[in-house]
Design a protein around this ligand. Structure first.
Ligand SMILES: [Fe+2]
Length: 310
């Protein structure tokens, strides 16, 4: 088993950092003005959406259906908020990332409610998975930030053992374009259970995780190949977080990234990413490096403005 190192506010250039991330290391950054602006925007939107209730204890006041209906409107608003596209490039620039070479996708707002409340559909509690089981390229990096203080029982969990060890899984059922076409828009309808079939481990995994609990506005940066989960929320307090994903042009062109040890999904999220400097998509000839033939069968190749996320 390879070891995982966790760097805090490391003075390291982006090139070296990406190499370490692809080997399974994780980076934590303290809040910056830009990352705090993003969390403030999220807090304001959440408070307004759930007023007069505190967004962290809506499960005491609202039904799962009412909560899902509010999130069904709020989450797409956040995803497509023009401020987000201005702030995120600044968050990356604060960490020494070249805006001309990094591409990011729209940020998602996630919610994790106490386990007996709402854990499906629009508030899906992610079972242990790799993003690379969901058509992310091997060079994808995930940037994750908590909106309110974290608790060990409402955080994200990493399974360090499985970064380098394969997990039996059914990722072959997942095609990104098919998911966009059939399932994504219906997220808000899956309130008490989630019937959408998703890639999952097909063997018991050793339940040993570590949970990083940095302060709100901090960033946890990790490879999309990390095996991670939403920790079942037993804290009594709802958790909200923001995440977005990036790829670096040089990694994309070199087909670099974390080693693929067990993913067999099809399609690619490559057409979702926007260049930090001007929001341009990756050149189509570059996207084609990641095509596997399934792109000709489906009409929706990227995460469009009309789609809701889960
Ligand atoms: Fe994930």
């Amino acid at each position: 088993m390879a070891n995982t190192s966790i760097f805090f506010d490391a003075a390291m250039n982006d090139e070296e950092r990406r190499q370490r991330l692809f080997q399974g290391d994780i980076f934590v950054f303290s809040p910056t003005d830009a990352s705090l602006q993003l969390t403030v925007l999220a807090v304001e939107m959440l408070k307004k959406a759930f007023a007069p209730h505190d967004p962290r204890d809506v499960h005491r006041h609202l039904s799962p259906e009412e909560t899902a209906a509010i999130l069904g409107k709020l989450k797409p608003q956040f995803i497509h908020h023009p401020e987000c596209k201005r702030i995120i490039p600044r968050i990356m620039a604060d960490q020494g990332v070249d805006r001309e070479k990094v591409y990011f996708d729209v940020p998602r707002m996630r919610s994790a409610y106490p386990t007996d409340f709402l854990t499906s559909g629009i508030a899906y509690a992610f079972h242990p998975h790799r993003d690379t089981w969901y058509s992310a390229p091997p060079c994808q990096l995930n940037w994750w930030t908590p909106i309110w203080p974290l608790h060990p029982d409402n955080a994200m969990g990493f399974y360090p053992r499985y970064f380098s060890e394969p997990v039996q899984n059914n990722s072959e059922i997942y095609n990104y374009y098919e998911w966009n076409a059939k399932n994504r828009a219906s997220a808000a309808q899956h309130v008490r259970s989630d019937t959408r079939e998703q890639p999952k481990a097909q063997e018991p995994v050793e339940p040993v995780t570590f949970r990083l609990l940095p302060q709100p506005g901090s960033i946890i940066l990790f490879s999309g190949a990390q095996f991670h989960e939403t920790v079942p929320n037993c804290s009594g307090v709802a958790r909200y977080s923001i995440d977005f994903r990036t790829v670096h042009l040089e990694d994309v062109m070199a087909r670099a990234g974390a080693r693929n040890i067990d993913s067999r999904c099809t399609g690619t999220t490559m057409r979702d990413y926007l260049r930090a400097s001007d929001l341009a998509h990756l050149p189509e000839e570059v996207n084609r490096l990641y095509d596997d033939g399934t792109e000709v069968q489906q009409p929706i190749l990227n995460f469009g403005a009309r789609l809701v996320t889960a």
